[in-house]
Design a protein around this ligand. Sequence first.
Ligand code: KG4
Ligand code: ZN
Length: 349
Amino acid sequence: MNTKLEENEKDILILAIESSCDETAASVVKNGREVLSNVISSQIELHKLYGGVVPEIASRKHIERINQVIEEALSAAGMTLDDLDAVAVTYGPGLVGALLVGVAEAKAISYAKKLPLVGVHHIEGHISANYIENKDLEPPFICLVVSGGHTHLVRVKDYGEYEILGRTRDDAAGEAFDKVARAIGLGYPGGPKIDRLAKEGNPDAIAFPKAKIADAPYDFSFSGLKSAVLNYLNGCKMKGEPIVEADVAASFQKAVVEVLVEHALCAVAESGLDKLALAGGVASNSALRSAAEKACAQRGIRFYRPSPILCTDNAAMIGAAAYYEYIRGVRHGLDLNAVPNLKLGERLK
Ligand code: KG4
Ligand code: ZN
């Protein structure tokens, strides 16, 4: 696909909205790769009280915050709705009530300002976060998508064209981090807390299992690892042995990171491609970033990962993905609905 704007073509400015889980976010993105503003209102403090995201609270909070978040994004970009070329929004996958807030808002703006509406797949957004800081990155490449709800190994064939090579059979990688964090008393959200605590622990202290699935080298399974951690903790309690939380965190993290990196490298090698990108909230994990970077450097593979703030949920990544949808002519009508289980590569016409 020709994605280069001719010199005399005008810039494309997209207002992007993201509300699929517990962040209310809006961003103005120019030509898919230049972020003019990126406002994120996190609800973590609220959901922390309950140990995880409470869908009803998330929806209500999105409603309270969304107008202000959009105003802030426009003002930080130094523009008004009249300067925009399109409005984009995540319409799936995610929590239906949360998604609906963003979708209704985007449709209202599209209708009132007669702006084209572009619905975006949340995971396509995570993958596209890589385009923002890596101006040279173009498909094809392999992307390891690791978030709270998804663990996918994807061949990005072209902008908006994906082939899923492997996926998790049970828990997502982020989910495993969150559950193990809860078990060792770290609270929600667990990923960043395990990341921090693991730095003080010994990754070789406990040998946790690394699941391999016969005949499906790119698929993942994390529920066995999670159970192994829980059994280890229970075993220590029953025997009255002390639990060194930092060692548990470091050993668990090592098991997850090794599996993720091994599978991703195997996919790169077999694809004949020479580029690997990380995406999703777990892509901000420091051990995963350094292990993947080191492994890629040893094999002459070009390695890409977004800055941590662009790995976790944000709207700039939605604006990046929306640009490539926009220039390929994707437009949604005012009948666009939230699709909580939207599949990657599946488009609503
Ligand atoms: O992509 P994301 O913000 O939301 C989803 O689309 O799911 O990912 C959130 C997930 C949570 O499970 C969180 O614990 C995890 O990403 N996460 C991390 C780190 N930062 C966020 N996991 C491991 N290490 C981190 N530093
Ligand atoms: Zn996400």
